[in-house]
Design a protein around this ligand. Structure first.
Ligand code: FAD
Length: 424
């Protein structure tokens, strides 16, 4: 190891409040010694993995590395955007995790050496016995022609937590006109969000007697997820002239000076409020760590353990990983438990109720808004096991493609319970 790296590692350890003596600890499988797990990213997946792991292996040393000041619950984004709750109610202090014995380091993971088991961070380097990539998905607004640099500020995206308060103000102050929303190509965080958002914007216009419409430019042929497509289509049709649904259409470019979006078909749409969802890409960190699958930057994992195929003792969880469970907070936190159990297992702490029960059982839930006071329901129960490297998947969905107040209440409870399971 270079001297500079070692020194920065020591300063990082001191900054994190760790004893310098820990630095050169051997992490060979000695049950007497403390095990160190480094988790890159403190979103739903990383935070839940940390909490589950601390519960399963109380003597493990868990370093959670995260650049943001506070945790934000993205499923509350719509409530924040429509002024139903303030940003603060949808966020949590990371101190709540520190109180559970998890060590938090404000910074970024920059890379890792899978041979020496050292991870490089903006706060120094750390030896690890297990490394978990939980760095989510990257948003790439600059991939839209016309939205590079300062021009990106013209777009108030629902997916950009930093600009949610500005978006909430823009929606509250909106005096009427055309709002342009998009659902970009490829896998996106929370597949139903663009349709929920479109519906809630249309209801907002209608309920305030504002003249105008929402134009949704969707790369797909119909709303997602497929299980509730019919419910979304019916709810959007019911909004009549308040929604223009352009399916199998793309945003080709934006002219922020003319306040105009040009579609792939060459249509030009003048906007009064631009609120596009930027293209989503697999996390850059996944690529840097060398755990990406072919053709994109989602980590290739065994979906029963979240263990990466590429390197020993490296795991990926949440939006950063490619799994059959979908991209959501629900699947991220379910995967987190599998990951924590597999890491515990690697330390010799067996979790018979989780890991020995082949196949892995996962239940993901989603309650998409069909209107301001109505939600649909899609519950997916998965059973997964690996058979000679092949994934065998059985899923058993429970779907209600019609908005009901009961599902909305279940949505609220689901998010409260999820946050309590991590921060409570
Ligand atoms: C508008 C919106 C609505 C949604 N609604 C729902 C819903 O109703 N239900 C549902 O189940 N899901 C919903 N989701 C999806 C859900 O929020 C995500 O799937 C979930 O947050 C994924 O968790 P994650 O931890 O994998 O990623 P994230 O929550 O994105 O967290 C990743 C973390 O990693 C950090 N990070 C990134 N790079 C590094 C690095 N190099 N080093 C260290 N840290 C790093 C980031 O700062 C971030 O905090 C919604 C998402 C959005 C955007």
């Amino acid at each position: 190891m270079k001297r500079r790296t070692l020194l920065s590692g020591l300063s990082g350890i001191l900054a994190a409040g760790l004893a310098p003596g820990l630095w050169q600890r051997s992490f060979a499988a000695d049950p007497e010694k403390k095990r160190r797990v480094v988790i890159a990213g403190g979103g739903f997946a990383g935070a839940k993995t940390a909490v589950d792991l601390k519960r399963l292996v109380p003597d493990a040393e868990i370093l959670l590395i995260e650049p943001e000041e506070r945790f934000f619950s993205a499923p509350s984004s719509l409530d924040v955007a429509f002024g139903r709750i303030p940003m603060a109610s949808a966020s949590r202090s990371y101190d709540l995790l520190a109180r559970k014995g998890i060590r938090l380091i404000k910074g970024r993971v920059l890379g890792a050496d899978p041979v020496t088991h050292n991870v490089e961070t903006s706060q120094g380097s750390f030896a690890y016995s297990a490394l978990v990539a939980a760095s989510g998905i990257d948003l790439v607004p600059e991939a839209i022609e016309g939205l590079k640099g300062e021009n990106a500020l013209s777009n108030l995206s629902l997916y950009d937590r930093k600009r949610l308060p500005d978006l909430a103000k823009a929606i509250a102050d909106f005096k009427g006109g055309t709002i342009v929303v998009s659902a970009p190509a490829g896998a996106i965080k929370c597949a139903p969000a663009p349709y929920e958002y479109t519906l809630l914007l249309a209801h907002h216009l209608k309920s305030r007697g504002l003249k105008g419409k929402v134009v949704l430019i969707d790369d797909r042929p119909n709303p997602q997820p497929q299980s509730v497509a019919s419910g979304f289509s019916a709810a959007m049709e019911a909004m009549g002239p308040y929604i223009d649904y352009l399916f199998q259409e793309t945003v080709a470019r934006v002219d922020v000076k003319k306040r105009e979006v040009e579609t792939g078909m060459g249509d030009k749409i003048a906007y009064d409020l631009l609120t596009l969802i930027p293209p989503n890409r697999g996390s850059a960190l996944v690529k840097t760590l060398g755990i990406a699958g072919q053709g994109d930057s989602f980590a290739e994992v065994d979906p029963t353990t979240m263990k990466c195929a590429a390197h020993e003792a490296v795991y990926a969880v949440g939006d950063a990983a490619r799994t059959p469970y979908g991209i959501s907070a629900s699947s991220s936190t379910q995967g987190a438990l599998l990951c924590a159990a597999a890491v515990a297992d690697s330390f010799g702490v067996r979790q018979p109720e989780i890991t020995a029960s082949a196949p892995a059982r996962i239940q993901t839930v989603c309650y998409p808004f069909a209107g301001p006071e109505l939600s649909m329901r899609t519950v997916s129960r998965f059973q997964v096991h690996m058979d000679k490297g092949e994934m065998k998947l059985h899923s058993d969905p429970d779907i209600e493609a019609k908005g009901t107040p009961v599902n909305l209440a279940a949505r609220r409870k689901w998010e409260d319970d999820l946050l309590a399971s991590i921060f409570g």
